[in-house]
Design a binder for this molecule. Structure first.
Ligand SMILES: [Zn+2]
Ligand SMILES: [Zn+2]
Length: 322
């Protein structure tokens, strides 16, 4: 090696050393492309934004489906070509720009708050060119932690600094009354404290809405109770087009859309959740309407068709970007 090359190498070393921890921190080698998907509903621009996922080990044997034996769940997973040993629960937040308002539907899991593989919303919003400070309304489907924790940071500072927060009245009534804690399974009891904490920084800006009312022009709240007492679906209509934002009416489609009669451990009222699932997906299939759902695989966008005793998910054509 020539002396000049040696000197150059020595000079470069500190830079390289400084760069390495940053690379490791951002995990560049394993990063995905920005995860957002944009399309139009009439004149409204809709963007679904990925917030990451939480893995669940051995879902069929972990009590996820409470009214089926593990063998039946495993067969459904094999039929859907899903691995049996792990199933990811993905999170997708929907943003609707009506031209006058920018509305967020749920909030994600919060950066570094629920699991190491989730909380990507802030990063992906930046890539999508959406500024959380410009969100005028945050509309909440229900109060489970994966839907409201992203309202605020770990230090409980509001993420949507200028937004009004709209909540289903029935959901608010249930989770703000701790005498209801005996009516939920033990693993969901932390929801009462999380509700108190996440809405506190928005106090004066929280507004309750009733089912069948409009939460914004062209956005109607549709009753979808069962998963939780106030669980709500949103119907977005513009021109002759419409989109249903399904929240947790069904989580993974391979299980709960195919088998609407299955109860998830997260459904507070299994029979009611199941009845709601059949009714709403039946309506959407009949109307051939577009939908997005919080736990469908990203970009969580498409249609449903009736299929045997249940439904199948038909992903939207990717060419339908604006
Ligand atoms: Zn939920
Ligand atoms: Zn959820």
């Amino acid at each position: 090696m020539e002396r000049r090359t040696l000197l150059a190498a020595a000079a470069a070393t500190p830079l390289l050393a400084a760069a390495l921890p940053a690379r490791a921190h951002h995990n560049e080698g394993m990063a995905q492309a920005p995860s957002f998907y944009r399309f139009k509903v009439g004149s409204y621009v809709v963007t679904t934004v990925f917030d990451g996922f939480t893995p669940r080990q051995n879902p069929a044997r972990s009590g996820l489906i409470v009214n089926q034996p593990p063998e039946v769940v495993e067969q459904a997973m094999r039929d859907a070509l899903l691995p049996l040993e792990r199933m990811d629960n993905p999170f997708t937040v929907t943003f609707v720009d009506t031209g006058r308002e920018l509305i967020a539907f749920d909030t994600g899991t919060g950066a570094g708050q629920l699991s190491p593989t989730s909380g990507l919303l802030g990063h992906n919003l930046e890539e999508a060119g959406i500024d959380p400070a410009k969100v005028s309304k945050v509309v909440i489907s229900h109060f489970h932690g994966d839907h409201i924790t992203g309202l605020s940071t770990r230090e409980n500072v509001p993420v949507f600094a200028n937004a009004e927060v709209l909540v289903p009245a029935a959901e608010w009534a249930f989770w703000t009354d701790e005498t209801n804690s005996g009516r939920v399974p033990e693993f969901q009891r932390g929801t009462f404290a999380n509700v108190k904490r996440r809405f506190a920084p928005y106090q004066a800006r929280v507004r309750q809405f009733a089912w069948d009312s409009e939460v914004a022009p062209g956005v109607r709240a549709v009753a979808a109770a069962g998963h939780t007492p106030g669980h709500t679906v949103f119907q977005v209509a513009s021109a002759n087009d419409q989109l249903f934002i399904m929240g947790d009416t069904a989580s993974r489609p391979e299980l709960f859309l195919r088998n609407p009669g299955w109860f998830s451990m997260f459904d507070l009222d299994g029979p009611m959740a199941s009845e709601t699932r059949r009714r709403l997906f039946g309506r959407i299939a009949a109307e051939r309407a577009r939908l997005t759902a919080y736990h469908f695989p990203f970009p969580a966008n498409g249609y449903v068709a009736t299929w045997g005793e249940g439904f199948r998910f038909v992903p939207a054509d990717w060419s339908s970007v604006v």
